[in-house]
Design a binder for this molecule. Structure first.
Ligand SMILES: Nc1ncnc2c1ncn2[C@@H]1O[C@H](COP(=O)(O)OP(=O)(O)OP(=O)(O)O)[C@@H](O)[C@H]1O
Ligand SMILES: O=C(O)c1ccc[n+]([C@@H]2O[C@H](COP(=O)([O-])O)[C@@H](O)[C@H]2O)c1
Length: 203
């Protein structure tokens, strides 16, 4: 990855930016639909897809290169407000807590929101410093087929329950002091990268 991925133009204070981390192996329309839901319901200025150099909890032996995944994801994103970036490679961060600290330091005044699908909330308690992440920025969870119940029954959802905003207040989430989170239900996609890799004979 070239240093161009670290170029962070000055962001006027008050901008609202969603951070959507993922392996994107490959990116698909489910990522795009979740992003459009977050953009609209949270009234974000933009959403950044953070294509990870490698999820710290996954075996990344067969993961395509970061450059390849970023290129493919840009083809799928196709939206002026969705920016696809490999910035974690340049920041030399892999754990989400480290990435969020680095971005907050580099972009003071920006209202960041961490975005994730409901399957990730189900396993969030296994992430490094997950409570710290929730104290660093608001979180929006996007409902995804197959994980609605698991997400809500998870240790993280239980710990976070007292800070949950109702969905009709989603637009205030980016301006709310963390911990704060919202569970967004809307149009859903059953697509997954696993399904696409299997179809392509890659798994
Ligand atoms: N169909 C979907 N609806 C809502 N969120 C999704 C969907 N697909 C992926 N996400 C979310 O996008 C983020 C990145 O996911 P990722 O790139 O791992 O895709 P994936 O389809 O879950 O991949 P895999 O099947 O390999 O686990 C995660 O927060 C995940 O929950
Ligand atoms: O920081 C962690 O401990 C951690 C553990 C698991 C996943 N993550 C992040 O979660 C995001 C979603 O990952 P994935 O592989 O499910 O697409 C991605 O940004 C990962 O870096 C982060």
């Amino acid at each position: 990855m070239s240093n161009s991925h670290l170029r962070l133009p000055p962001h006027p204070p008050g901008l609202c930016i969603g951070l959507f981390g993922g392996s994107f192996n490959p990116a698909h329309d489910g990522h795009r639909l979740a992003s459009l839901t977050a953009l609209r319901r949270l009234q974000l200025d933009s959403i950044w897809w953070l294509v990870t150099p490698g999820n710290p909890l996954k075996d990344n032996a067969r993961l395509p290169s970061l450059a390849e995944r970023v290129r493919q994801a840009r083809g799928v994103a196709g939206h002026a407000r969705i920016k696809v970036t490999g910035i974690e490679a340049t920041l030399r961060t892999r754990y989400t807590a480290d990435t969020l600290r680095a971005l907050k330091r580099r972009c003071p005044g920006v209202n960041f929101v961490w975005i994730m699908g409901s399957d990730n909330l189900a396993g969030f308690h296994r992430w490094a410093e997950w409570r710290t992440i929730a104290r660093m920025m608001p979180i929006a969870v996007i409902d995804r087929p197959g994980s609605t119940h698991g997400a809500m029954a998870s240790p993280a959802a239980s710990w976070l329950s007292r800070w949950r905003l109702s969905e009709n207040r989603a637009a205030v989430l980016p301006h709310t002091r963390p911990p704060a989170w919202v569970f967004l239900h809307g149009k859903r996609s059953a697509l997954s990268s696993t399904m696409l890799r299997q179809k392509a004979g890659r798994d």
